[in-house]
Write a protein that binds this ligand. Sequence first.
Ligand code: CU
Ligand code: CU
Length: 289
Amino acid sequence: MYTRQNQKNLTSSQRAKFVRAILKLKSKGIYDDFVRMHGRYYVSDGDTGLRVGHMAPTFFPWHRRLLLEFERQLQAVEPSVTLPYWDWTRDNSKTSSIWASDFLGGDGRASDGQVMTGPFAYSGGKWPISVGVTEEKYLTRQFGRPDRPIGLPTKAELDKAMQDPVYDTAPWNSTSSTRGFRNRLEGWTVGEAQGGLLHNRVHQWIGGHMTGATSPNDPVFWLHHAFIDLIWQRWQRMHPKSGYLPARTLAASDPEHGRVISFGEPMPPWNTKPSEVMDVQKIYRYEEY
Ligand code: CU
Ligand code: CU
């Protein structure tokens, strides 16, 4: 059992270790395997085939499994490292310590979005983008989406989504909007013009690589998703009687049959079922403050 901390409370030596571990995985090619995998499982409503990571009930358990795998790799190179989480409802400024030069580095420059500070700046030579959907070889960010400004989600917006006692609802995709904690949190219920809600809006607020299928190119991906994972845990505690849905395989007559994973079906590329990652108390806990 280990603890995942709020990133703002990491000591400078913990920050250094986390960065060092990430750079080691990058140099070994392991980091880019994760970027590639995330991109491969980015399937939208309009595509065909199984939706696993996004626009689907498995949004939470699939990312939980992905984070565990990544954390194991980090620990293989730096045994004391655990994934920190970023509470963007509180540390919501463009100058928060998360963006310091000894941690994730800051905003991209105005001309081309290139991140110029910190360990992941292209000029440092350790963070070339090799698995991208665009041409850039450098990491990009555009905090606040200057062309159509948006803010990070607020505590009030998060609290509102937490009230929904239903995990997810048909058609189990990006249009599940009337009810369902999963899509309220994932954030497709509000359009692109507003940057989406909660989880999606954070990707949009950071901008650059965080907006695409290869978003793990930006290491803040892991800190964002650790917070999403913590939010899911909080929701489970608030609604102990609300289980994962759909509980059973969808009927063959259901238009979403074969596209959505139910409670007891495996989530590729692993053989792990949502039912197996509902409770992670024996593996890790979040330090909440
Ligand atoms: Cu994702
Ligand atoms: Cu995400």
